[in-house]
Write a protein that binds this ligand. Structure first.
Ligand code: ZN
Length: 180
């Protein structure tokens, strides 16, 4: 078991850096980083995580949509570890929906994202893979990819009126006014 590393919070310099590609898939540090990301994400009820959130400016993300306390209505998918990801837009339609971030606690906001993307990445062993994602998993991927570019989801919000507190978010969710 690895001890959970603290999740970097908005304002930390590492969240504003362009992350570096992974070039060696055989180091112990690399595999420890993935394990740390997995356990930090699970412990925090996240549906995705990016290495900079653990203070490592590396191009590694996990996309793991599933229903959690933070996202009760998220669809279930097998978690995917993506190293050095890049993507093409499959559906140029932009959809606005709610997002939150483990690095920005207490807040949710409506964020426009492409509805579907085709992602190219390497798996943990360095093998190239391709995966098409649509709807919520596509949103999670685009959110995590932004972390590798030094962006956070608040950078993409169209108006401050689309930002709400998490308390208000869950109140609306209970009232069925929101779909996540
Ligand atoms: Zn995030």
């Amino acid at each position: 078991m690895t001890e959970n590393r603290p999740i970097q919070q908005l304002g930390a310099e590492v969240l504003r850096q362009q992350a570096a590609p992974v070039d060696d898939f055989n180091t112990r540090e690399f595999h420890e980083l993935i394990e740390n990301m997995r356990s930090a994400m699970l412990a925090a009820n996240g549906v995705g995580i990016a290495a900079p959130q653990l203070g490592e400016s590396k191009r590694v993300v996990i996309v793991a949509s599933r229903p959690t306390a933070r996202y009760p209505l998220a669809p279930e998918m097998a978690p995917v570890i993506m190293i050095n990801p890049s993507f093409d837009v499959v559906d140029t339609m932009m959809v606005k929906d709610w997002e939150g971030c483990l690095s920005v606690p207490g807040v949710r906001a409506l964020v426009p994202r492409y509805r579907a993307v085709a992602v190219e990445f390497c798996d943990e062993s360095g093998l190239p893979r391709r995966l098409t994602l649509a709807d919520f998993p596509a949103r999670v991927f685009q959110h995590e990819f932004d972390h590798l570019q030094g962006l956070v989801y608040l950078d993409r919000v169209e108006t401050n009126r689309d930002i709400i507190s998490e308390t208000e978010f869950f109140k609306r969710l209970a009232g069925q006014e929101l779909a996540v």
